[in-house]
Design a protein around this ligand. Structure first.
Ligand SMILES: [Zn+2]
Length: 389
Protein backbone atom coordinates (compact mmCIF):
# COMPACT_ATOMS: atom_id res chain seq x y z
CA UNK A 1 0.00 0.00 0.00
CA UNK A 2 1.40 3.39 -0.91
CA UNK A 3 1.06 6.64 0.97
CA UNK A 4 -1.49 7.67 -1.64
CA UNK A 5 -3.74 4.83 -0.59
CA UNK A 6 -3.66 5.71 3.08
CA UNK A 7 -4.46 9.40 2.86
CA UNK A 8 -1.98 10.15 5.65
CA UNK A 9 -0.97 8.11 8.65
CA UNK A 10 -3.67 6.50 10.73
CA UNK A 11 -6.40 6.83 8.13
CA UNK A 12 -5.95 3.69 6.06
CA UNK A 13 -9.22 2.12 7.19
CA UNK A 14 -11.22 5.30 6.62
CA UNK A 15 -9.51 5.85 3.25
CA UNK A 16 -10.37 2.33 2.11
CA UNK A 17 -13.98 2.73 3.21
CA UNK A 18 -14.23 6.12 1.50
CA UNK A 19 -12.78 4.66 -1.73
CA UNK A 20 -15.16 1.71 -1.60
CA UNK A 21 -18.13 4.03 -1.17
CA UNK A 22 -16.95 6.15 -4.10
CA UNK A 23 -16.50 3.09 -6.31
CA UNK A 24 -20.13 2.13 -5.69
CA UNK A 25 -21.41 5.36 -7.19
CA UNK A 26 -21.82 6.12 -10.87
CA UNK A 27 -19.98 9.15 -12.18
CA UNK A 28 -21.36 10.74 -15.31
CA UNK A 29 -19.55 13.74 -16.75
CA UNK A 30 -22.05 16.26 -17.98
CA UNK A 31 -20.99 19.68 -19.17
CA UNK A 32 -24.46 21.11 -18.54
CA UNK A 33 -23.99 20.64 -14.82
CA UNK A 34 -20.64 22.35 -14.58
CA UNK A 35 -21.70 25.48 -16.41
CA UNK A 36 -19.84 27.80 -14.10
CA UNK A 37 -18.70 29.94 -17.01
CA UNK A 38 -21.44 32.06 -18.48
CA UNK A 39 -21.66 33.13 -22.10
CA UNK A 40 -21.39 36.88 -21.53
CA UNK A 41 -18.05 38.16 -22.86
CA UNK A 42 -16.17 40.15 -20.22
CA UNK A 43 -13.09 42.31 -19.95
CA UNK A 44 -10.32 41.16 -17.64
CA UNK A 45 -8.25 44.28 -18.37
CA UNK A 46 -6.34 45.81 -15.47
CA UNK A 47 -5.92 42.66 -13.41
CA UNK A 48 -2.50 41.41 -12.30
CA UNK A 49 -1.55 37.80 -11.74
CA UNK A 50 1.33 37.44 -9.23
CA UNK A 51 2.10 33.90 -10.47
CA UNK A 52 1.34 34.60 -14.12
CA UNK A 53 -0.05 31.50 -15.79
CA UNK A 54 1.87 29.19 -13.45
CA UNK A 55 -0.19 26.62 -11.57
CA UNK A 56 0.60 23.74 -9.22
CA UNK A 57 1.21 20.40 -10.93
CA UNK A 58 -0.08 16.97 -10.01
CA UNK A 59 0.53 16.17 -6.34
CA UNK A 60 1.87 19.68 -5.70
CA UNK A 61 0.78 22.66 -3.65
CA UNK A 62 1.77 26.22 -4.41
CA UNK A 63 1.83 28.56 -1.41
CA UNK A 64 0.12 31.89 -2.18
CA UNK A 65 0.00 33.53 1.27
CA UNK A 66 1.10 32.84 4.84
CA UNK A 67 -1.49 30.10 5.34
CA UNK A 68 -3.07 29.42 1.93
CA UNK A 69 -1.88 26.79 -0.52
CA UNK A 70 -3.15 26.20 -4.03
CA UNK A 71 -4.00 22.81 -5.55
CA UNK A 72 -5.37 22.25 -9.02
CA UNK A 73 -7.88 19.49 -9.82
CA UNK A 74 -8.35 18.67 -13.54
CA UNK A 75 -11.86 18.70 -15.01
CA UNK A 76 -13.42 17.91 -18.38
CA UNK A 77 -15.14 20.62 -20.41
CA UNK A 78 -14.34 24.23 -21.14
CA UNK A 79 -13.13 25.02 -17.61
CA UNK A 80 -10.43 22.34 -17.65
CA UNK A 81 -9.81 22.56 -13.90
CA UNK A 82 -11.04 23.71 -10.53
CA UNK A 83 -8.76 25.20 -7.88
CA UNK A 84 -8.87 23.83 -4.36
CA UNK A 85 -7.53 26.18 -1.69
CA UNK A 86 -5.95 24.55 1.35
CA UNK A 87 -5.71 26.63 4.53
CA UNK A 88 -3.25 25.58 7.25
CA UNK A 89 -5.13 24.38 10.32
CA UNK A 90 -4.47 22.42 13.53
CA UNK A 91 -1.40 22.48 15.71
CA UNK A 92 2.10 21.78 14.48
CA UNK A 93 2.14 18.22 15.89
CA UNK A 94 -0.58 17.13 13.47
CA UNK A 95 -0.35 19.22 10.30
CA UNK A 96 -3.81 19.70 8.86
CA UNK A 97 -5.56 21.74 6.21
CA UNK A 98 -9.04 23.05 5.62
CA UNK A 99 -9.90 22.25 1.98
CA UNK A 100 -12.06 24.75 0.09
CA UNK A 101 -13.84 23.15 -2.92
CA UNK A 102 -13.16 19.64 -4.16
CA UNK A 103 -13.75 18.74 -7.84
CA UNK A 104 -16.27 16.44 -9.54
CA UNK A 105 -16.96 12.85 -8.63
CA UNK A 106 -14.74 11.64 -11.46
CA UNK A 107 -11.73 9.37 -11.50
CA UNK A 108 -9.46 12.19 -12.77
CA UNK A 109 -10.45 14.36 -9.81
CA UNK A 110 -10.08 11.70 -7.11
CA UNK A 111 -6.77 10.65 -8.71
CA UNK A 112 -5.55 14.24 -8.41
CA UNK A 113 -6.38 14.17 -4.68
CA UNK A 114 -4.64 10.81 -4.28
CA UNK A 115 -1.56 12.30 -5.93
CA UNK A 116 -1.69 15.07 -3.32
CA UNK A 117 -2.04 12.53 -0.50
CA UNK A 118 1.06 10.79 -1.84
CA UNK A 119 2.83 14.11 -2.47
CA UNK A 120 2.42 17.49 -0.80
CA UNK A 121 -0.22 16.23 1.63
CA UNK A 122 1.61 13.04 2.67
CA UNK A 123 1.26 12.56 6.45
CA UNK A 124 -1.16 15.47 6.66
CA UNK A 125 -4.90 15.41 7.11
CA UNK A 126 -7.91 17.46 6.12
CA UNK A 127 -9.59 18.85 9.23
CA UNK A 128 -12.63 20.39 7.50
CA UNK A 129 -14.08 20.52 3.99
CA UNK A 130 -15.61 23.85 2.96
CA UNK A 131 -17.76 24.10 -0.17
CA UNK A 132 -18.27 27.65 -1.43
CA UNK A 133 -21.47 26.52 -3.15
CA UNK A 134 -23.43 23.49 -4.31
CA UNK A 135 -22.28 23.08 -7.92
CA UNK A 136 -20.92 19.58 -8.58
CA UNK A 137 -17.40 20.72 -9.40
CA UNK A 138 -17.27 22.26 -5.92
CA UNK A 139 -19.03 19.61 -3.79
CA UNK A 140 -18.50 16.52 -6.00
CA UNK A 141 -15.81 14.94 -3.83
CA UNK A 142 -16.68 16.63 -0.51
CA UNK A 143 -18.44 13.53 0.83
CA UNK A 144 -15.52 11.32 -0.15
CA UNK A 145 -12.95 13.61 1.46
CA UNK A 146 -15.11 14.03 4.57
CA UNK A 147 -15.43 10.27 4.97
CA UNK A 148 -11.75 9.69 4.33
CA UNK A 149 -10.67 12.08 7.08
CA UNK A 150 -13.73 11.96 9.37
CA UNK A 151 -13.94 15.69 8.68
CA UNK A 152 -17.09 17.83 8.76
CA UNK A 153 -18.45 19.64 5.70
CA UNK A 154 -19.04 23.38 6.08
CA UNK A 155 -21.54 25.18 3.82
CA UNK A 156 -24.15 27.88 4.06
CA UNK A 157 -27.65 26.57 4.72
CA UNK A 158 -28.92 27.80 1.34
CA UNK A 159 -26.26 25.84 -0.52
CA UNK A 160 -26.56 22.72 1.66
CA UNK A 161 -30.35 22.52 1.32
CA UNK A 162 -30.29 23.22 -2.41
CA UNK A 163 -27.70 20.46 -2.88
CA UNK A 164 -29.81 18.07 -0.80
CA UNK A 165 -32.93 18.95 -2.83
CA UNK A 166 -31.20 18.50 -6.18
CA UNK A 167 -29.69 15.15 -5.17
CA UNK A 168 -33.10 13.98 -3.89
CA UNK A 169 -34.87 15.02 -7.10
CA UNK A 170 -34.55 11.67 -8.85
CA UNK A 171 -36.80 11.28 -11.88
CA UNK A 172 -36.35 10.12 -15.45
CA UNK A 173 -38.40 12.70 -17.29
CA UNK A 174 -37.85 16.41 -17.62
CA UNK A 175 -40.35 18.23 -15.35
CA UNK A 176 -43.36 19.72 -17.16
CA UNK A 177 -42.44 23.18 -15.84
CA UNK A 178 -39.12 23.00 -17.67
CA UNK A 179 -40.83 22.13 -20.95
CA UNK A 180 -43.26 25.04 -20.47
CA UNK A 181 -40.30 27.35 -19.95
CA UNK A 182 -38.46 26.06 -23.03
CA UNK A 183 -41.55 26.59 -25.18
CA UNK A 184 -42.10 30.00 -23.63
CA UNK A 185 -38.55 30.98 -24.51
CA UNK A 186 -39.08 30.09 -28.19
CA UNK A 187 -37.43 26.67 -28.45
CA UNK A 188 -38.64 24.64 -31.45
CA UNK A 189 -39.95 21.07 -31.14
CA UNK A 190 -36.59 19.62 -32.15
CA UNK A 191 -34.73 21.41 -29.35
CA UNK A 192 -37.39 20.45 -26.78
CA UNK A 193 -37.35 16.80 -27.84
CA UNK A 194 -33.53 16.75 -27.64
CA UNK A 195 -33.68 18.12 -24.10
CA UNK A 196 -36.32 15.57 -23.11
CA UNK A 197 -34.25 12.76 -24.60
CA UNK A 198 -31.29 13.79 -22.43
CA UNK A 199 -33.38 12.95 -19.36
CA UNK A 200 -33.25 14.45 -15.89
CA UNK A 201 -31.72 14.13 -12.41
CA UNK A 202 -28.11 14.04 -13.45
CA UNK A 203 -27.00 16.10 -10.46
CA UNK A 204 -26.71 13.27 -7.96
CA UNK A 205 -24.53 11.29 -10.34
CA UNK A 206 -21.83 13.96 -10.17
CA UNK A 207 -21.70 14.14 -6.38
CA UNK A 208 -20.29 11.57 -3.95
CA UNK A 209 -22.68 10.67 -1.13
CA UNK A 210 -22.81 13.43 1.42
CA UNK A 211 -22.87 12.83 5.18
CA UNK A 212 -26.17 13.28 7.03
CA UNK A 213 -25.14 16.47 8.77
CA UNK A 214 -23.06 19.55 8.07
CA UNK A 215 -21.77 22.67 9.81
CA UNK A 216 -23.55 25.84 8.81
CA UNK A 217 -21.69 28.92 7.57
CA UNK A 218 -23.41 32.28 8.09
CA UNK A 219 -22.72 35.64 6.46
CA UNK A 220 -20.38 37.67 8.68
CA UNK A 221 -19.36 34.65 10.77
CA UNK A 222 -15.74 34.53 11.99
CA UNK A 223 -14.01 31.22 11.55
CA UNK A 224 -10.76 30.36 13.32
CA UNK A 225 -8.51 28.35 11.03
CA UNK A 226 -5.00 27.61 12.30
CA UNK A 227 -3.54 30.87 13.52
CA UNK A 228 -5.80 33.01 11.35
CA UNK A 229 -9.31 34.36 11.40
CA UNK A 230 -11.55 34.16 8.35
CA UNK A 231 -14.83 35.95 7.74
CA UNK A 232 -17.66 34.49 5.67
CA UNK A 233 -18.93 36.84 2.97
CA UNK A 234 -21.97 35.53 1.11
CA UNK A 235 -23.17 36.41 -2.38
CA UNK A 236 -26.02 35.27 -4.60
CA UNK A 237 -27.07 35.04 -8.23
CA UNK A 238 -24.74 32.29 -9.44
CA UNK A 239 -26.03 30.07 -6.64
CA UNK A 240 -28.38 30.71 -3.71
CA UNK A 241 -26.02 31.57 -0.83
CA UNK A 242 -22.44 31.37 -2.07
CA UNK A 243 -19.73 31.68 0.61
CA UNK A 244 -16.47 33.57 0.05
CA UNK A 245 -13.76 33.42 2.73
CA UNK A 246 -11.94 36.62 3.68
CA UNK A 247 -8.74 36.88 5.73
CA UNK A 248 -8.10 40.60 6.15
CA UNK A 249 -4.80 40.14 8.02
CA UNK A 250 -3.35 38.12 5.13
CA UNK A 251 -5.20 40.16 2.52
CA UNK A 252 -6.74 37.08 0.89
CA UNK A 253 -10.23 36.44 -0.50
CA UNK A 254 -11.13 32.88 -1.49
CA UNK A 255 -13.84 33.81 -3.95
CA UNK A 256 -15.22 30.53 -5.33
CA UNK A 257 -17.31 31.38 -8.41
CA UNK A 258 -18.54 34.68 -6.97
CA UNK A 259 -15.58 36.50 -8.57
CA UNK A 260 -13.73 34.88 -11.46
CA UNK A 261 -10.89 36.63 -13.32
CA UNK A 262 -11.38 35.74 -16.99
CA UNK A 263 -14.86 34.28 -17.44
CA UNK A 264 -18.22 35.62 -16.33
CA UNK A 265 -20.00 33.41 -13.79
CA UNK A 266 -23.19 31.86 -15.10
CA UNK A 267 -26.22 33.80 -13.82
CA UNK A 268 -29.39 32.03 -14.95
CA UNK A 269 -33.11 31.92 -14.33
CA UNK A 270 -34.53 28.43 -14.03
CA UNK A 271 -37.92 26.75 -13.87
CA UNK A 272 -37.40 25.74 -10.24
CA UNK A 273 -37.93 29.36 -9.16
CA UNK A 274 -39.25 31.16 -12.25
CA UNK A 275 -40.05 34.45 -10.52
CA UNK A 276 -36.59 34.86 -9.05
CA UNK A 277 -34.35 37.73 -10.13
CA UNK A 278 -30.89 36.16 -10.03
CA UNK A 279 -29.24 39.00 -11.96
CA UNK A 280 -30.63 41.49 -9.43
CA UNK A 281 -29.10 39.36 -6.66
CA UNK A 282 -25.85 39.11 -8.60
CA UNK A 283 -25.55 42.89 -9.10
CA UNK A 284 -26.40 43.49 -5.42
CA UNK A 285 -23.65 41.02 -4.49
CA UNK A 286 -21.17 42.94 -6.66
CA UNK A 287 -22.06 46.12 -4.72
CA UNK A 288 -21.54 44.23 -1.46
CA UNK A 289 -18.14 42.88 -2.55
CA UNK A 290 -17.07 46.37 -3.65
CA UNK A 291 -17.08 47.26 0.07
CA UNK A 292 -14.17 44.84 0.63
CA UNK A 293 -10.58 46.14 0.37
CA UNK A 294 -9.46 46.70 -3.22
CA UNK A 295 -5.98 45.22 -2.81
CA UNK A 296 -6.91 41.67 -1.77
CA UNK A 297 -5.28 38.68 -3.39
CA UNK A 298 -8.32 36.97 -4.94
CA UNK A 299 -8.16 33.16 -5.08
CA UNK A 300 -10.90 32.05 -7.50
CA UNK A 301 -12.27 28.57 -8.20
CA UNK A 302 -11.30 28.81 -11.88
CA UNK A 303 -8.31 30.66 -13.34
CA UNK A 304 -5.31 32.10 -11.53
CA UNK A 305 -5.01 34.14 -8.29
CA UNK A 306 -5.16 37.84 -9.10
CA UNK A 307 -5.20 41.38 -7.77
CA UNK A 308 -7.68 43.96 -8.96
CA UNK A 309 -10.91 42.94 -7.18
CA UNK A 310 -12.68 46.26 -7.67
CA UNK A 311 -11.55 46.59 -11.30
CA UNK A 312 -12.99 43.17 -12.03
CA UNK A 313 -16.26 43.76 -10.15
CA UNK A 314 -16.82 47.10 -11.88
CA UNK A 315 -16.16 45.52 -15.30
CA UNK A 316 -18.66 42.74 -14.57
CA UNK A 317 -21.28 45.20 -13.31
CA UNK A 318 -20.87 47.58 -16.25
CA UNK A 319 -20.96 44.82 -18.84
CA UNK A 320 -24.22 43.46 -17.48
CA UNK A 321 -25.72 46.97 -17.58
CA UNK A 322 -24.52 47.49 -21.17
CA UNK A 323 -26.18 44.25 -22.21
CA UNK A 324 -29.36 45.16 -20.29
CA UNK A 325 -29.50 48.52 -22.06
CA UNK A 326 -28.98 46.85 -25.46
CA UNK A 327 -31.85 44.43 -24.79
CA UNK A 328 -34.16 47.21 -23.56
CA UNK A 329 -33.36 49.33 -26.64
CA UNK A 330 -34.09 46.44 -29.00
CA UNK A 331 -37.39 45.67 -27.27
CA UNK A 332 -38.44 49.29 -27.76
CA UNK A 333 -38.18 48.63 -31.53
CA UNK A 334 -40.07 45.33 -31.68
CA UNK A 335 -41.16 42.45 -29.42
CA UNK A 336 -38.75 39.53 -29.11
CA UNK A 337 -38.67 36.08 -27.62
CA UNK A 338 -35.77 34.89 -25.44
CA UNK A 339 -34.06 33.15 -28.36
CA UNK A 340 -34.30 36.36 -30.42
CA UNK A 341 -32.18 38.14 -27.77
CA UNK A 342 -29.16 35.82 -27.94
CA UNK A 343 -27.39 38.03 -30.50
CA UNK A 344 -27.81 41.06 -28.21
CA UNK A 345 -26.19 39.32 -25.25
CA UNK A 346 -23.61 36.89 -26.61
CA UNK A 347 -20.77 37.37 -29.04
CA UNK A 348 -20.84 33.77 -30.14
CA UNK A 349 -23.26 31.68 -32.14
CA UNK A 350 -25.57 29.68 -29.87
CA UNK A 351 -25.88 26.09 -31.07
CA UNK A 352 -27.63 23.08 -29.57
CA UNK A 353 -24.82 22.67 -26.99
CA UNK A 354 -25.36 26.06 -25.43
CA UNK A 355 -29.07 26.77 -25.87
CA UNK A 356 -29.91 25.77 -22.28
CA UNK A 357 -27.28 28.01 -20.73
CA UNK A 358 -28.02 30.87 -23.14
CA UNK A 359 -31.74 30.63 -22.37
CA UNK A 360 -31.17 30.77 -18.61
CA UNK A 361 -28.85 33.77 -18.87
CA UNK A 362 -31.10 35.65 -21.29
CA UNK A 363 -34.15 35.02 -19.13
CA UNK A 364 -32.22 36.35 -16.12
CA UNK A 365 -31.57 39.62 -18.00
CA UNK A 366 -35.21 39.91 -19.10
CA UNK A 367 -36.47 39.18 -15.57
CA UNK A 368 -34.18 41.91 -14.24
CA UNK A 369 -35.59 44.41 -16.74
CA UNK A 370 -39.14 43.25 -15.99
CA UNK A 371 -38.72 43.75 -12.25
CA UNK A 372 -37.21 47.17 -12.92
CA UNK A 373 -40.40 48.04 -14.85
CA UNK A 374 -38.53 48.47 -18.14
CA UNK A 375 -40.04 45.57 -20.11
CA UNK A 376 -43.08 43.35 -19.90
CA UNK A 377 -43.93 39.84 -20.98
CA UNK A 378 -46.88 38.81 -23.10
CA UNK A 379 -47.91 35.18 -23.43
CA UNK A 380 -49.08 34.28 -26.95
CA UNK A 381 -50.15 30.62 -27.11
CA UNK A 382 -47.48 29.59 -24.62
CA UNK A 383 -44.69 31.61 -26.24
CA UNK A 384 -43.40 34.61 -24.31
CA UNK A 385 -42.90 37.87 -26.20
CA UNK A 386 -41.09 40.69 -24.45
CA UNK A 387 -41.68 44.36 -25.22
CA UNK A 388 -40.63 47.69 -23.73
CA UNK A 389 -42.94 48.71 -20.87
ZN1 LIG B 1 -20.46 27.35 -9.69
Amino acid sequence: MTAGDTGGSGHSGAAARADAALAGQVASPDASLTADDGLIATSAAGLTYPWGKAAPGKGELLQVSESVHWARIPMPGSLGHINSWLIEDGDDAVPAYVAVDTGLMLQDCSDAWKALFAGALADKRLSRVVCTHLHPDHIGLAGWLAKRFSAPILMTRGEWLQARYMIADVRDEQPAEVTVMQRGCGWDDEAIEAAKAAGWSRFGRMVARLPFGYQRLIDGQRLSIGKGEWRIVTGSGHSPEHACLLNEAEGVLISGDQVLPRISSNVSSNAGEPDANPLGEWLASIDKLLRLPADLLVCPAHGEPFRGLHTRLIALRDEHHERLDAVAAALAEAPRRVIDCFGLLFRREIGADHIGLATGETLAHLRYLEQAGRVRREDRDGVWWWTAA
